[in-house]
Design a protein around this ligand. Structure first.
Ligand SMILES: Cc1cc2nc3c(=O)[nH]c(=O)nc-3n(C[C@H](O)[C@H](O)[C@H](O)COP(=O)(O)OP(=O)(O)OC[C@H]3O[C@@H](n4cnc5c(N)ncnc54)[C@H](O)[C@@H]3O)c2cc1C
Length: 338
């Protein structure tokens, strides 16, 4: 296990922001992690666990220890006539895990193809796309306490999943290193093709009936056509969450903006697409000097190459303030600001 001083974090965050960490340590076994958390540097300095760095924005150098979770391996742990229980270690690349499931005809994660990042981070914000969220296939996870080294299992209820939310963004924030996640997947798929253009894309690709491969490839194609590739243009996907607002506020806004889209979000609540608000306000394709708003997807802020995290953050603040002024709706950032 190697401790690197003044580590360059640019290759470790998809925004491609040039910052450094006082220390970085890469762990590829539970024993490594246990050793790292006993180190004086981990005990005394600020700490950060990083997977793929695809949901973070560094606004400054990190004056502490960055622990890269690289635990690998995928195991079939149990099965019955209906389900398989599959455990993936936290450092596996999420999309590789999805591909592994599809190869084995284990259903449930195909709509989540091509989401960047690691398996270990997927429960943190209950990742979701194309009508599916992690909570729909999640069974349990094992995590190590960052101070005591205690290993605890969290079941579905303990994770308290919400929209882009879990207990790990609230009460348990920063307290646990996720080591592995176990998923409950189906042997007989329940197709989820109603969302977005999946059906249309499958037909275009020549699939006459749904299949795991067909859905996955369709999702991949749609995502590639709509979202900038972080290797080409630094970004962290959707920068903001879709706001959930009171129905009374929604009706008020609708009077002025009759075309505002909405989705039911529980009693008296309505979810509004943040991308629509940002686009309506004229930000789509906006270019500041070093960063801007993606021209295809208004929810995605992009780094043109040399942006600092503070510049991206300042742009996000301008957008939040403008949306509040125009629509009386407060946008919440989905990306973790550091
Ligand atoms: C182009 C693009 C598209 C995206 N599309 C989507 C999408 O469709 N849906 C969606 O939900 N998200 C999307 N995202 C966001 C991102 O892919 C997810 O949030 C992903 O789960 C982040 O994984 P990561 O390993 O990169 O996490 P990181 O960015 O490394 O970390 C994110 C947070 O999780 C913590 N963390 C990471 N690993 C662990 C661990 N093992 N134990 C404890 N804490 C940990 C970190 O400390 C940090 O707080 C997109 C991002 C990009 C760049």
């Amino acid at each position: 296990m190697n401790w690197i001083a003044n580590a360059d974090l640019k290759p470790y965050n998809t925004f491609g922001v040039a910052v450094s960490a006082q220390w970085m340590v890469e762990c590829d076994s539970v024993a490594d992690i246990r050793e790292a958390i006993q180190d004086e540097r981990w005990k005394t300095l600020p700490r950060l666990i990083l997977g793929g760095g695809s949901n973070v924005l560094f606004t400054q150098d990190f004056d502490g220890v960055v622990l890269l979770n690289r635990l690998s391996g995928i195991e079939l742990v149990n099965q019955d006539d209906t389900f398989v229980w599959v455990k993936s270690h936290a450092g596996e690349v999420w999309h590789s895990f999805v591909m592994h499931c599809i190869q084995n005809q284990w259903a449930g994660v195909e709509n989540l193809s091509l989401i960047p990042g690691s398996v270990g981070a997927c429960p943190i914000q209950n990742i979701g796309a194309y009508g599916v969220e992690i909570k729909d296939v999640f069974f349990s996870l094992d995590a190590m306490h960052v101070e005591s080294g205690e290993i605890r299992s969290f079941d579905h209820q303990a994770c308290a999943f919400g929209y882009r939310d879990s207990v790990f963004k609230n009460e348990e924030k920063g307290k646990w290193i996720i080591l592995s996640v176990t998923f409950q997947l189906r042997k007989q798929p329940i197709w989820n093709t109603q969302y977005g253009d999946i059906q249309k894309e499958m037909e275009r690709l020549g699939y006459t009936s749904p299949s795991l491969e067909g859905i996955s490839q369709s999702v991949i194609n749609i995502r590639q056509s709509k979202l900038p590739d972080p290797k080409v243009l630094g970004n962290a996907g959707s920068f903001f969450k879709n706001p959930v607002i009171d129905e009374s506020l929604y009706l008020q806004v609708k009077e002025e903006f009759p075309s505002i889209p909405s989705y039911p979000a529980g009693a008296g609540k309505v979810k509004v697409p943040a991308g629509w608000l940002i686009e309506q306000a004229g930000w789509k394709g906006y270019k500041a000097e070093t960063c801007g708003v993606n021209e295809k997807q208004a929810l995605v802020l992009v780094n043109f190459g040399t942006a600092t995290g503070s510049e991206v953050y300042a742009l996000s603040t301008q957008i939040v303030e403008d949306i509040a002024k125009r629509f009386h709706i407060t946008l919440e950032r989905e990306v973790n600001i550091l």
